[in-house]
Design a protein around this ligand. Structure first.
Ligand SMILES: C[S@@+](CC[C@H](N)C(=O)[O-])C[C@H]1O[C@@H](n2cnc3c(N)ncnc32)[C@H](O)[C@@H]1O
Length: 204
């Protein structure tokens, strides 16, 4: 796709997001990944890692409703203080074992889903950016392992690399199903891909 056409498509998604009350165009990636409503049920608890500015949280909140919970975690605050079922905690997913321990105690039955749309600040060096993206996914998996209940799902974004493929392979035996997805709302040339793991197996 030509740069101009890609820019036009990005502008289209950004404008559409604003007009529909979402702070970022990333909502259309999650909507596509959700394939018309298969990821979340009313009452679900969703952990949203890298939640700012809040589009995914708003999308998931509509699906889980007031009987559910969307717990957003990010280094940065959300675009606004959103009402329940959204709750927000500021934390660095890579460096907050105490927050993770607190959440484990607070939600002993765990979450139905862990999402990670976390992205590193890109440097322009492909190998560095890929390694940082994978570090974030590994951090998200630390949280998901502790907080997602059996049967739950883990959906994450990662920059494609051989190391990322290897990591995906190591996770595969822990779940019933895995899918690699590249939503249309993702920039065509972007290295990012989404991995959906479903049906977390119980340990032991
Ligand atoms: C692409 S944005 C997420 C957009 C969000 N899903 C939405 O729909 O509004 C990536 C986010 O990852 C967050 N992030 C990056 N590294 C992080 C870390 N170590 N801990 C927590 N959040 C992190 C960034 O602050 C940024 O807000």
């Amino acid at each position: 796709m030509a740069i101009k056409d890609r820019q036009r498509l990005n502008d289209h998604y950004s404008q559409k997001a604003r007009s529909q009350g979402y702070p970022a165009r990333s909502v259309y990636k999650l909507a596509e990944l959700d394939q018309g409503g298969r990821l979340f049920k009313p009452g679900d608890k969703v952990l949203d890692l890298g939640a700012a500015p809040g589009s995914w949280a708003l999308y998931a909140a509509q699906k889980v409703g007031l009987s559910g919970l969307v717990l957003g975690v990010d280094l940065n605050p959300l675009a606004a203080v959103y009402p329940p079922p959204i709750r927000f905690m500021a934390a660095n997913v890579l460096e907050s074992p105490e927050t993770l321990a607190k959440l484990k105690a607070e939600y002993p039955d765990g979450f139905n889903a862990a999402l990670s749309d976390m992205a590193p600040k890109t440097t322009g060096r492909k190998d560095v950016d890929q390694a940082r993206s994978l570090d974030l996914v590994k951090g998200a998996w630390e949280w998901a392992q502790e907080l997602v209940r059996p049967g739950g799902l883990f959906l994450f974004k990662v920059f494609q690399s051989e190391e990322a493929n290897q990591f995906i392979e190591t996770l595969t035996p822990s779940f019933n199903r895995v899918k690699r997805l590249k939503p249309k709302a993702t920039r065509t040339r972007s290295q990012e891909i989404f991995i959906l793991f479903e049906g977390l197996k119980a340990i032991g």
